[in-house]
Design a protein. Structure first.
Lengths: 211, 168
């Protein structure tokens, strides 16, 4: 915590995981201090000794709050939910909560880690192919697989948002992943892919809610 | 997502192992798999997510197949090296985190969701011939957990679909 007692968020502007937490903090009206960690500059500031001591996984986001340090965006969001429960980011009903967590995990385990900076670097090393094309193909395949599944799941869970008509943790995971996808697809000169029209509708709603 | 596990329960279908476990915890709360204290719950979820997002998806069957395709190298050695690197990075971090969270188990002295994530990942690591010398805390906790009945009846070597040559 800062001297003023504010939470401190270690974040990178383009990190989708960091963005999930920034949305949660904004929605819950939690004032915090941001410490930027540039994942590319200086060879990647996440590898500095100081930051490694803070987060041994060398990743953002990391949140210092209430005298503890939490890594992993969903663990952070669940802690915020349990200690600052208004407004809710998880429904009260256990079955709907399961849907929220399922969608969040699909994105946070099934898509994002397979197309982040760190894995794309490994892909380049193992294929001995540093062309952007190879990275983009890999990322596109990963995102497409995940979004194909997500689109199907949303048919039964979605109302105005991913699960019903209130914003939940699932929506906090969706929007940053859609931005990643748009950046990936537009780099290939591809138009918005039709099966993902629902995610685009959510993004429009999200822009309204969070602008 | 064409993945396991999937659980059909109480008229719904849930995918994603941690979403399943949290549902079981909320609807069948005894014995607890998450502590009552929110800070300890955060530690449990952090360790669970480290494994479930930061290690496992980067070394499962599906990703190893993609690695083989992109490297045009189907040698087992390439898979092994990739998996070892991913697991080693994750376990290096986990070993450090456990210094401050662990008691008898990953978080304190009760079995939690974090322990449910640890043991299967250790089995994977052993299969990929990861050297456990740098991970005394992970090793100690894993050994204690494997002695518990729930971890034994659910072990891969005792399932209906376990191949004969791998059966306990």
């Amino acid at each position: 915590m800062t001297e003023s007692g504010k939470p401190i968020l270690y974040s990178y502007f383009r990190s989708s995981c960091s963005w999930r937490v920034r949305i949660a903090l904004a929605l819950k009206g939690i004032d915090f201090e941001m410490v930027p960690i540039n994942l590319i500059k200086d060879g990647g500031q996440q590898f500095s000794k100081d930051f490694q001591a803070l987060n041994p996984m060398k990743q953002v986001p990391t949140l210092k709050i209430d005298g503890i340090t939490i890594h992993q965006s969903l663990a952070i969001i669940e802690y915020l939910e349990e200690t600052r429960p208004t407004p809710r980011l998880l429904p009260q009903d256990p079955k709907k909560r399961a849907s929220v967590r399922m969608i969040s995990d699909l994105i946070a385990s099934g898509i994002q880690p397979l197309q982040n900076l760190s894995i794309l670097k490994k892909v380049g090393e193992v294929s001995k192919d540093l062309r952007e094309e190879t990275h983009l193909t890999w990322a596109q395949n990963v995102i497409t697989s995940g979004f194909n599944a997500l689109e199907q799941i949303l048919q039964s869970t979605a109302g105005k948002y991913c699960v019903g008509d209130e914003v939940t943790m699932a929506d906090l995971c969706l929007v940053p992943q859609v931005v990643n996808a748009e950046r990936t697809f537009s780099s290939r000169g591809l138009c918005q892919v039709p099966p993902f029209h629902i995610s685009c509708k959510f993004r429009a709603h999200s822009s309204d809610t969070w602008s | 997502m064409k993945q396991v596990p999937t659980l059909k329960i109480d008229g719904i279908t849930i995918h994603q192992s941690l979403a399943i476990i949290e549902y079981l915890e909320e609807t069948r709360p005894t014995p607890r798999l998450l502590p009552q204290d929110p800070k300890k719950r955060a530690s449990v979820r952090m360790i669970s997510d480290l494994i479930a997002s930061g290690i496992q998806p980067l070394q499962n069957l599906s990703i190893l197949k993609k690695v083989g395709e992109v490297s045009k190298d189907l040698r087992e050695e390439t898979h092994l090296t990739w998996a070892q690197n991913v697991i080693t990075s994750g376990f290096n971090a986990l070993e450090q985190i456990l210094q401050s969270t662990a008691g008898k188990y990953c978080v304190g002295d009760e079995v939690t969701m974090a322990d449910l994530c640890l043991v299967p990942q250790v089995v994977n690591a052993e299969r990929f011939k990861v050297d456990f010398t740098p991970y005394p805390t992970i090793s100690r906790i894993n050994k204690r957990l494997l002695a518990l009945e729930a971890f034994q009846v659910s072990h891969p070597c005792r399932q209906p679909d376990t191949p004969t040559e791998l059966r306990a």
